[in-house]
Design a protein. Structure first.
Length: 100
């Protein structure tokens, strides 16, 4: 099982990404852009646990969905919210944890 503090740290990263996507003018961002815009404590968490942001977001595919660019089919997909109106709560995250 996952400790409560670790779950809250992961949730904090996901909340930050969720907020960044909600406030993005395009409603999607590249994983690199998201990583650069993350709050410092979120980047620290990812570095300490040696997790790439894209790997973490892929674990929560019902919340964060890759979006391929029609202009560059082979490029790295951007990330968008699967459902921008769905709330992000710990209850939503628990069924996905832990696969990583």
């Amino acid at each position: 099982t996952v400790s409560e503090p670790l779950l809250h740290e992961v949730f904090s990263v996901l909340q930050c990404v969720h907020h960044l996507l909600l406030t993005s003018t395009r409603q999607s961002e590249s994983p690199c852009a998201l990583g650069n815009k993350l709050a410092p404590q979120c980047r620290t968490f990812l570095n300490q646990h040696r997790v790439r942001l894209i790997e973490l977001l892929n674990e929560f595919s019902a919340i964060f969905a890759p979006k391929n660019s029609p202009l560059s089919p082979g490029s790295t997909p951007h990330i968008e919210l699967a459902d921008p109106h769905a709330p992000l709560t710990l209850d939503i995250l628990t069924p996905y944890w832990p696969r990583w």
